[in-house]
Design a protein around this ligand. Structure first.
Ligand SMILES: NC(=O)c1ccc[n+]([C@@H]2O[C@H](COP(=O)([O-])OP(=O)(O)OC[C@H]3O[C@@H](n4cnc5c(N)ncnc54)[C@H](OP(=O)(O)O)[C@@H]3O)[C@@H](O)[C@H]2O)c1
Length: 297
């Protein structure tokens, strides 16, 4: 028996296996395409010939494949080996996929933890690598020490969907930032300002913007969008019109920023013109469920 089996030796799976080895754990590895385990076996890992053998080798089985369909494809033929194992699935997926996989794993008699890796492979094994987990509390407690080899482990709750929910929320925030930053570089670049010259101004500005997030969070939690508003949406939408026009004049496509403008105009039309920017969340989130009628006797 080994301490942990790693299924999938792509860029991330290889980094995970290396981190386990670096902390002195005995590791079994498996990959669909052979020939990727050489560097790991040189460091002491055991290469399994089949997924079944890899699952049989360790109580803790960590999967890191491309998408959930590929996890089923790899595990379905070997599912009988999963009984009495803990499957930790670090493959990127949706909350619904994670919940379905938790149910599928339970049918095989195994414990399930879903995970979201908030890091790139070179960060794995460092405290900066945040890894989110959700699913079986018992499994997390039992394997927390081994999982700490991969980075900082944060358990979010027994609903397996919570780790991918937070993972995707953080990633969408990142891509939103990339959208604005890409547009900003294109705009300044349209007048031949080198990106590296613009960079210090950009990072300073983004740092200032970050300090507004606590107020935004407070407003979203309380629903208070109208007290002490210093930049109302009607004013912002009027200015945003200039952002679109300026981009077009500079021959920069506004496609990355246009959706925000559309949403602002929709919010103003819906009566949020005097409200804070935070109120935009009301335009995109699921409406609250209607109160159920009280049953009358
Ligand atoms: N790399 C990152 O920066 C990063 C960061 C956070 C999260 N992630 C997540 O980590 C997961 C793995 O990413 P990666 O960077 O390691 O990807 P990758 O380098 O492309 O590796 C993909 C892995 O999936 C395997 N695979 C694909 N289809 C398969 C199938 N049908 N059956 C069995 N194995 C299959 C591949 O095996 P073969 O070698 O046989 O093709 C390979 O081991 C993804 O869900 C990704 O979103 C990655």
């Amino acid at each position: 028996m080994t301490d942990v089996s790693v299924i999938g030796l792509g860029a991330m799976g290889t980094a995970l296996a290396e981190a386990f080895l670096a902390k002195g754990l005995k590791v079994t590895v498996w990959n669909r395409t052979s020939g990727k385990a050489g560097a790991l076996t040189a460091k002491g890992a055991v290469e399994a010939g089949t997924v079944q053998q890899a699952i049989a080798a360790s109580k803790l089985v960590v999967a890191c494949l491309l998408v959930y369909d590929t996890v089923y494809e790899a595990f379905e033929p070997a599912k009988t080996a999963l009984a009495d194992r803990t499957l930790v699935n670090l493959t990127n997926g949706t909350p619904a996929q994670a919940r379905a996989m938790a149910e599928w794993t339970a049918k095989q008699g195994a414990d399930y933890l879903d995970g979201g890796i908030m890091a790139v492979p070179p960060m794995i094994g460092q405290p900066e690598a945040l890894i989110l987990y959700s699913g079986s509390q018992q499994a997390f407690t039992a394997h927390e020490k081994a999982l700490a080899a991969l980075g900082t482990a944060q358990y979010l709750g027994s609903d397996a969907g919570l780790a991918p929910l937070h993972d995707i929320a953080l990633l969408t925030a990142m891509y939103g930032l990339f959208s604005g930053v890409t547009h900003a570089f294109a705009l300044t670049g349209s007048e031949k300002v080198p990106a590296e010259t613009f960079l210090p101004m950009l990072t300073g500005w983004l740092g200032a913007v970050m300090t507004w997030l606590p107020d935004m969070a407070r407003r979203i939690d309380s629903g208070d969008y109208r007290s002490d508003v210093v930049s109302n949406l009607e004013m912002q939408a009027a200015a945003f019109d200039n952002f679109i026009t300026a981009s077009e004049e500079q021959e920069v496509s506004p496609e990355l920023i246009a959706p925000m403008f559309q949403l602002m105009k929709k919010a103003v039309a819906a009566g949020y013109g005097d409200a804070d920017q935070a109120s935009l969340v009301e335009m995109i989130r699921r409406p609250p469920e209607p109160q159920k009628e009280q049953a009358t006797g």
